[in-house]
Design a protein around this ligand. Structure first.
Ligand code: ATP
Length: 460
């Protein structure tokens, strides 16, 4: 369901975009060339955050489960796969142009924005609505082209292959084509799932709302294979709850999450149920996760296209069948945006505004910052470096000796570092203790250097 609103006038969003650039989380890419296609790079802290979210997802959905395995397939796949899945023919979005100012829109987005009606997929209906007098938000004219479909598939070519090749528009395809290899090489038993994290590419008509809608993004997808005769309703609910639990684990608040049940009449013919988990972004509630029961559509389509049987022998049920799949999917970039929006806090401390990113510890880009009290006292610097060297093999740490301690605390608060460790004169002269300061409570305690590892292993 597509329903984002324009973000241009959204103050909170503007603040977050500027913050992300200033603090090294997310940069508009190719800025020195004037930018490119509303695409973004993850800066040093953004890359850490991204890796931490991936690791946490893998831990939740693969490492801690006996019924899940992972894989990692290519971006360029045999294009016959996309014919069989229906993407070559039918993976389209509708676009429409204002003839006067030439601004291009996603037709269903602009109709929804102007009328509140969801007409996705209904080209004639959208054309009639727009040409019936709706005004272009950019120039105020009512002079529209017809709404027409545009493929979202990115085409490329390969020297060793005749005809177009596509950058995958979703990662799921790579799972289905290797489903048989997984069954043959692993000791998996239905029900089981295959998880994958990787890039997907969609030629979106309009990329917008920062990293929410981009053309090159990462997906974290699972295909969960089940016996077609099993009662799937409880399992579906369990997956919904697992997705919600993961959103909470990266910092989303419960009240900012809601479910959107796709109406039966709008479901694909093969789907029994589809529910989106939406997050309340500064531009409104929008899809973060999707969960779909896809029946045996995919395995059957690939089986028909290749002539290869993709069934499974269920020793417990003593019969062969083509499994049905439940597909939990999420966009990594949308999770990153969720984590950033949820963590961003402004607090007034001693008449000053402190920006603090309250990331859950597991995803904080830097876990511990280490400071010598003064930069021009070599004995403090040497000791602080020793502490840094002791901790850095286990935790992502940062050494900072720039500016006064108050400023260093603020800098670490802004990037969400849970703990700061300061080496001062008492460390050297008295008892080998350091000050450990907590990001959220701002409380400070003295801890012996020899106890630091234990202290942090309890905290993290
Ligand atoms: P939307 O309705 O927002 O376009 P969709 O229903 O087409 O999304 P799916 O095909 O279900 O999306 O893709 C799975 C997940 O991939 C989505 O839940 C979303 O988190 C993510 N995703 C899809 N398109 C994009 C995009 N252009 N940029 C970033 N993430 C995306």
């Amino acid at each position: 369901m597509k329903k984002e609103k324009k973000s241009e006038n959204n103050e909170q969003m503007e603040k977050i975009v500027a913050f992300c650039k200033r603090k090294g989380f997310v940069f508009p890419t190719c800025e020195i060339y004037g930018g490119f296609a509303n695409a973004y790079s993850y800066g040093p802290y953004g890359a850490e955050l991204k890796n931490n979210i991936k690791k946490l997802w893998w831990k939740h959905f693969v490492q801690e489960r006996e019924d899940m395995v992972g894989m990692d397939g290519p971006i360029l796949l045999n294009p016959r796969l996309w014919e069989a899945s229906g993407h070559t023919e039918g993976f389209n979005d509708a676009m429409v142009d204002c003839k006067k100012c030439k601004k291009r829109y996603r037709a269903d987005h602009i109709v929804k924005e102007l009328t509140g009606e969801d007409m996705e997929g209904d080209l004639a209906g959208m054309t009639a609505a727009l040409q019936g007098g709706l005004k272009c938000p950019e120039c105020g004219a009512s002079d529209w082209t017809e709404a027409r479909n545009m493929s979202q598939m990115f085409k490329t070519e390969m020297n060793s292959f005749d005809g177009p090749v596509y950058l995958r528009p979703e990662t799921a395809g790579a799972i289905f084509v290797d489903y048989k290899n997984v069954i043959d090489s692993m000791r998996v038993k239905v029900p089981f799932g295959i998880a994958q994290i990787g890039k997907a590419f969609r030629n979106e008509i309009v990329a917008r709302n920062f990293i929410f809608r981009i053309r090159e993004f990462e997906q974290m997808e699972i295909e969960y294979f089940i016996n077609p005769e099993m009662a799937w309703e409880d399992l579906f609910e369990e997956w919904l709850q697992r997705q919600e639990a993961f959103a909470l684990a990266i910092g989303a608040k419960k009240e900012d999450l809601r479910r959107y049940e796709h109406p039966k009449a709008k479901l694909s013919h093969y789907s029994r149920r589809t529910v989106d988990l939406e997050y309340n972004f500064p531009f409104g509630f929008n899809e973060l996760f999707g969960l779909a029961h896809r029946g045996d559509f995919d395995l059957n389509a690939h089986s028909q296209a290749t002539g290869v049987k993709l069934d499974y022998f269920d020793a417990t049920a003593n019969r062969r069948y083509v499994p049905h799949v439940i597909e939990p999917t999420v966009g990594l970039d949308r999770l990153i945006l969720t984590a950033i929006c949820a963590a961003y806090n402004e607090e007034v401390v001693e008449d000053e505004t402190r920006v603090v990113m309250k990331f859950p510890y597991a995803i904080a880009p830097i876990k511990i910052a280490i400071f010598p009290l003064l930069k021009n006292k070599p004995e403090l610097v040497v000791k602080a470096k020793e502490v840094y060297d002791m901790l850095k093999s286990e935790y992502m740490c940062e050494f900072d000796d720039n500016g006064n301690i108050g400023k260093r605390y603020r800098r670490q608060d802004e990037i969400g570092t849970p703990f700061c460790v300061t080496v001062d004169f008492d460390t050297l002269e008295k008892d080998d203790t350091v000050t450990v300061r907590d990001r959220d409570t701002m409380e400070q305690s003295r801890i012996k250097i020899s106890d630091l590892k234990n202290f942090f292993s309890e905290k993290f």
